[in-house]
Write a protein that binds this ligand. Structure first.
Ligand SMILES: Cc1ncc(COP(=O)(O)O)c(C=O)c1O
Length: 447
């Protein structure tokens, strides 16, 4: 469908334009290559669509400025870490005040209680623990699930992503589970630790759980990391029913789906997980993650923990639950990630969805747009995928790099993984329309 030679020519043109517009970033990248592996502080930053990433000078709300002085509408928002908008004022002010009075103690502060109470109110689970990342929260949730159930395995969905959690880097190839492409140095074959099934496949789930060796199902309530893949109607009720029937715990990872509302998809859809994980935006961009569990599970966990050895149980971390992260979480939950914020961002994401779908239709491209709350995404296929394999089959890395670079050259940043756009509370209709307009031009050039 896409004319490949034409795509290459357009990509070359956009690559040249990007390099010409960013001489200072190019200079910094050359310098960075001498001290940073691949010229970037973290390997995923190599994935930006130009020959080098734009270096950031500053950011506020839904925009950032690069060192070459160009301002961008930010629809990446740190891949959800800055979903609050950059440097939200209440969080920044709290960070400033807290950091003058001590940052980390390995002692609790009162903020921890406020945050625990607020998380309980939002997500309906009474007990909470803190980490620095959602990855760690997932790792610890899995450990606790294995410990209390005395079962060795977890179950995840094909093409899920839950952070750098060894057990989750597994995919199905022709129905056979194996390490996911790109997985570096897996400790063991993930098929030893993990069962993997397709999202929305009830029979496969039932069959996998029937082995009786799965401690927990770890899942996003809507898949967001291979494009957005919604659950079929009734799928969550069946998932909950089957996990209960097979004695398997249910861990819901709300790290991205917090875009659905202040209590995530869990509250929107009335889900009843045993454990819930969230990280990324809950401290306004400061590192913080958390996981919560039911009263029943809390009791089972408490029975397992020995006082003398509680520091070597494989959960926790020296800086986890530090005073600064908790103060930032409190300010963010109290004043930033509020009902009001969603009342702004969700209609803007609806506007983005409608505009991009109209542009796709008028260019007659076989693509579609899908949305969850304030997150929306275009996929390179005509109809909604029902599972990870279908969504992955729609992926087109070359086209993706082109559409992203086209947007970047015209002042809009998209997440460098698939085609995800996230809307900040400070975004305006004009920001959304700016993307729609350039997307329409791009679609016209690609047709
Ligand atoms: C659903 C989900 N869970 C967990 C994580 C891990 O978050 P972090 O990299 O901040 O640990 C991610 C990261 O993209 C995610 O999408």
């Amino acid at each position: 469908m896409i004319d490949r030679p034409r795509l290459s020519a357009l990509m070359e043109r956009e690559g040249r334009a990007f390099a010409e517009r960013h001489p200072r970033s190019a200079e910094l990248f050359e310098r960075a290559r001498k001290s940073l592996l691949g010229g970037v502080p973290m390997n995923w930053m190599s994935k930006w669509p130009g020959a080098f990433p734009p270096f950031v000078a500053e950011a506020r709300g839904g925009r950032f400025t690069c060192v070459d002085g160009h301002q961008y509408v930010d629809l990446c928002l740190g891949d959800t870490g800055a979903m609050t908008g950059h440097s939200p004022a209440p969080t920044v002010e709290t960070i400033r005040r807290r950091s003058e009075r001590g940052i980390t103690f390995m002692l609790p502060t009162e903020d921890a209680i406020w945050v625990g109470e607020e998380l309980a109110r939002r997500f309906g689970l009474p007990f909470w623990q803190f980490t620095l990342t959602a990855t760690d929260a997932n790792r610890f949730a899995i450990r606790l699930a294995r410990q209390v159930t005395r079962r060795p395995k977890v179950l995840v969905y094909n093409y899920c992503y839950h952070g750098t959690v060894d057990e989750t880097f597994i995919t199905l190839r022709d129905g056979v589970p194996g390490p996911r492409d790109g997985n570096l140095g897996p400790p063991v074959d993930p098929a030893l630790t993990t069962r993997v099934v397709e999202w929305n496949d009830v029979d496969a789930l039932d069959e996998a759980l029937a082995h009786g060796d799965v401690a927990a199902v770890l899942t996003e309530p809507v898949m967001t990391n291979v494009g957005i893949v919604h659950p079929d109607p009734g799928y969550h009720a069946t998932l909950r029913d089957l996990t209960r029937r097979h004695g398997t715990l249910l861990i819901i990872d709300e790290t991205h789906t917090i875009c659905a509302g202040p209590g995530g998809y869990t509250r929107e859809a009335g889900l009843e997980p045993d454990l819930l994980v969230i990280g990324k935006p809950i401290a306004g961009g400061l590192p913080a993650g958390t996981y919560g569990f039911t009263a029943e599970l809390a009791e089972r966990v408490a029975r397992e923990v020995e006082l003398e050895h509680c520091d070597v149980g494989g959960i926790g971390g020296t800086l986890a639950g530090n005073a600064l992260s908790l103060a930032a979480m409190r300010a963010t939950l109290e004043s930033v990630l509020t009902e009001d914020a969603y009342a702004r961002t969700i209609p803007l994401a609806e506007r983005w969805t409608q505009g991009v779908q109209e542009a796709i239709d008028s260019a007659a491209l076989p693509w579609h747009v899908t949305r969850l709350g304030c997150r929306a995404e275009y996929l390179f296929g005509p109809t909604r995928p029902r599972n990870g394999a279908e969504a992955a089959a729609m992926d087109d890395f070359a086209t993706q790099r082109f559409t992203h670079l086209y947007a970047l050259n015209r002042g809009v940043l998209l997440t460098p993984f698939h085609n995800m756009a996230l809307v900040a509370p400070q975004a305006t209709e004009a920001d959304i329309d700016r993307h729609t307009e350039l997307f329409g031009e791009m679609a016209g050039e690609l047709r």
